[in-house]
Design a protein around this ligand. Structure first.
Ligand SMILES: [Zn+2]
Ligand SMILES: [Zn+2]
Ligand SMILES: [Zn+2]
Length: 758
């Protein structure tokens, strides 16, 4: 019998995801002997067997890996055959620099689900069932290496049955660190509004479900923090939650039990189904189905709804018992970080929640739900947190010195880079209050410790007033690199796609600090690593009252009109201004005319605000970007018209003059054309503007790859419009796992800092 040997090295996310026990199983099934071990960079397998058996083994290795595993590279080489009895999982070797020892949290796998619903199984209805392929990871990790004693499972001693599974290499719970069962693991309890116990065990879930069915609000302790839950089909319940939470008009996410339930509430295409059911289980924005029974208050006036599939057995059991979709929104007051500790939750959510569904497995690392949407057929992550963190982004080239990038001010995440990997931290949110700033600092310290990284280079935004900038400047490390906001956006897309050489980057967002003191955000940049050239921008608008204009969007509309019509616009003909006092109009016009507290703003988002205010007759937004988003969602899908604009060049900078566009839209509205059609034409026009900017750059600089980045490219209609116009001519890339908005900017900051100061 001919026996051959192979050494197979697998790189990627292969630790903590059940990879070795799976290798063990397929090796035995294929009659392969040898061994598998974790090493510093992944997993090494030494396999011996007949050539056909080895071929079958390798085929399965490449094809059927556990869902949470990400194979980046599989290298094989022949080695002399050895005669070893059977196949074994052996201890790690060498221990070089060990990083990435903590995987992201994984949604419950089908096998665990089956056990939970099997009345004969010892884990029947047990809310903390998990295995090597699913369950909590990052959120329970206290320290590295990721072993049970360094997690919040440390206090639970395994029973004999769990211990046997944990120690048996053939068992799918071999070395599953959070392994638990009803006899030895955590348990749920239902608490009253001031923390007094109401009931325990399975009754707790039944009690919570009953309360939910009756329209009450229950705080539910999940994986990465507390959610506030209520019946998503009851307008009264959702309204009550909205009132208590003071969550202006932001949409709530809705959790469902299955893909079938998701299809009942929304129109879901195959790419969206895959994203909904992925191990990361993000909230997926999908088109709501009319008459689905979902309370309109879930997402007022919004054609989309954020759905997510139950991702732990606890959620599954709760939804099953409640028998209807549930709102699951972050357990916090507006703008604060999500509550994760029990005491914190009881204190902060008192007055909002009627009951608390809690348990005794502590959440060590707060991690919000991630949010994603399918754009141009592929997932784009808007908020990258639970399920993705702390998975690394692989860099094209290693950084020379470890970098900490502190991110932006809104939707903050930070980034650590070392070797050829970069880790984006969890979503921290807006750094507007002490809670959030403290959470930011804590998370930075923690991820540094987990990864064993001591940064030598600190990157930050150029904006002097960002809390993240102040934090960066106060750090002891001497090397600080300020990175222009849109340069960072573009570098982040370059980093995600591993592009090389000069790249064109269309960075469109609301605002970012420019190098000339104005606010940028309609930029086309030519980026070469650590430097960039500003090729084109949008004609700026005067933001009278600066930040005030972000919510009082009528001010931006007024600026756009005065610019487009030279101050000769008949405001009394426009309904938008009827609710704005004449005195305010006069004051704002004077401020703009004198340039008093009226910075120039180039952001594409500001044009969405302006036209949205005019078209939807909405003078005010309750949160930043609300009117722009509603204007996007209002766009009529069938309408394909557009508006004119001009490109002009001055001092080497091309500027898109949108005054003809504004006039075109205003005239359409005055002629009674439906706002949805005007919005659609506006979107087409903006995509035309983008394409024209890019073509002008290509005529000078050649066919470089193009990335679309910045918060505006969360707008599917705009992103798909630009892509459609240019993809035949250029290599055009959208963001995928790294957010296009400010939540993805830290990766770009890190890469620019490396190029400048590494
Ligand atoms: Zn499982
Ligand atoms: Zn047990
Ligand atoms: Zn931005």
């Amino acid at each position: 019998m001919v026996v051959e040997g192979r050494r197979i090295q697998v790189r990627g996310t292969v630790q903590g995801v059940g990879f070795r026990p799976w290798i063990y199983r397929i090796a035995r099934e294929e009659g392969i002997s040898g061994r598998v071990r974790n090493d510093a960079r992944g997993v090494t397998i030494e396999a011996f067997g007949r050539p056909e058996a080895l071929a079958a083994f390798l085929r399965r290795l490449g094809r059927d890996a556990p869902p949470a595993a990400r194979l980046r590279e599989v290298r094989e080489e022949p080695i002399p055959p050895e005669s070893v009895p059977g196949f074994a999982i052996v201890p790690s070797e060498g221990e070089g620099v060990r990083r990435v020892s903590i995987p992201p949290d994984l949604a419950t796998c089908p096998e665990c689900l089956r056990e939970v619903s099997d009345a004969a199984d010892r884990r029947h209805a047990y809310p903390f069932t998990n295995c090597t392929q699913c369950g909590p990871r990052y959120t329970i990790a206290r320290d590295v290496p990721y072993d049970r004693p360094a997690t919040t499972m440390a206090g639970f001693a395994m029973c004999a049955d769990c211990r046997r599974e944990y120690e048996d290499p053939a068992d799918r719970r071999f070395h599953a660190q959070p392994i638990a069962c009803p006899r030895c693991g955590p348990s749920v309890r239902l608490l009253g509004p001031s923390g007094e116990p109401a009931c325990l065990g399975p009754d707790a879930i039944a009690g919570a479900a009953l309360a939910l069915r009756e329209g009450r609000i229950v705080a539910v302790k999940g994986l990465g923090g507390y959610h506030l839950a209520c019946n998503a089909t009851s307008p009264a319940a959702v309204r009550r939650l909205r009132e208590r939470k003071k969550r202006d008009e932001k949409p709530f996410a809705v959790m469902v039990l299955s893909l079938d339930d998701a299809r009942a509430l929304a129109v879901v295409d195959p790419a969206e189904e895959r994203l909904l059911a992925s191990v990361e289980r993000p909230v997926v924005l999908v088109r709501r189905r009319a008459g689905s029974g979902l309370a309109p208050e879930v997402a007022p006036g919004n054609p989309l709804v954020g759905l997510l599939l139950a991702y732990t057995p606890l959620h599954l059991l709760l939804l099953e018992a409640a028998g209807r979709p549930l709102v699951m929104t972050s357990g916090n007051l507006s703008e604060e970080p999500m509550a994760a500790r029990d005491g914190e939750a009881l204190a902060r959510l008192a007055g909002i929640a009627d009951l608390f569904l809690a348990h005794d497995r502590e959440i060590e690392n707060r991690c919000d739900d991630s949010v994603a949407r399918v754009i141009a057929g592929r997932p784009t992550v808007f908020r990258r947190s639970r399920g993705y963190v702390p998975r690394a982004v692989t860099l094209r080239r290693p950084v020379r010195r470890p970098v900490l990038a502190c991110g932006a001010h809104l939707k903050n995440t930070f980034c650590l880079a070392a070797g050829d990997e970069a880790w984006l931290g969890p979503h921290v949110g807006d750094l507007d209050n002490l809670e959030a700033t403290r959470a930011f600092e804590e998370q930075v310290e923690r991820l540094q410790r987990f990864l064993g990284i001591r940064p030598e280079v600190i990157a930050h935004d150029l904006h002097p007033d960002y809390a993240s900038t102040r934090y960066a400047l106060a750090r002891p490390e001497p090397v600080k690199v300020g990175v222009q906001h849109h340069h960072a956006h573009v570098a982040s897309a370059i980093g995600e796609h591993g592009l090389e050489g000069p790249v064109l980057g269309l960075a469109w967002d609301g605002t970012g600090y420019g190098t000339d003191g104005t606010a940028w955000g309609g930029e086309l940049l030519l980026v070469r690593g650590g430097s960039f050239e500003r090729l084109s921008t949008l004609r700026p608008l005067r933001l009278a009252g600066s930040d005030q204009a972000i919510r009082q969007v009528w001010r931006i509309a007024l600026a756009a009109l005065d610019d487009a019509y030279g101050g000769a616009v008949p405001l009394d003909r426009l309904r938008l201004f009827q609710s704005v006092p004449a005195r305010d109009l006069a004051v704002v016009r004077q401020m703009a005319a004198r340039g008093l507290r009226s910075p120039l703003a180039h952001g594409a988002g500001r044009y969405f605000d302006a036209l949205g205010a005019l078209g939807l007759e909405r003078p005010r937004a309750t949160y930043e970007g609300q009117v722009a988003l509603d204007w996007n969602l209002a766009a009529d899908e069938a309408e394909t018209g557009s508006y004119p604009f001009e490109l002009a060049e001055e001092g080497g900078l091309v500027q898109a003059d949108l005054r003809p566009l504004v006039r075109g839209a205003v005239e359409d509205l005055a002629a009674g054309i439906a706002p949805g059609r005007v919005s659609a034409r506006f979107h087409e026009a903006m995509a035309d503007v983008a394409a024209a900017m890019v073509r002008r750059a290509v005529s000078e600089h050649g066919r470089l790859p193009l990335v679309l980045t910045g918060g505006c490219f969360q707008n599917a209609r705009l992103a798909e419009g630009v892509l459609r116009r240019l993809q035949g001519e250029l290599d055009v890339r959208l963001h995928g796992e790294v957010p296009p908005g400010d939540g993805g900017i830290a990766l770009g900051q890190a890469l620019v800092a490396e190029a400048v100061a590494g």
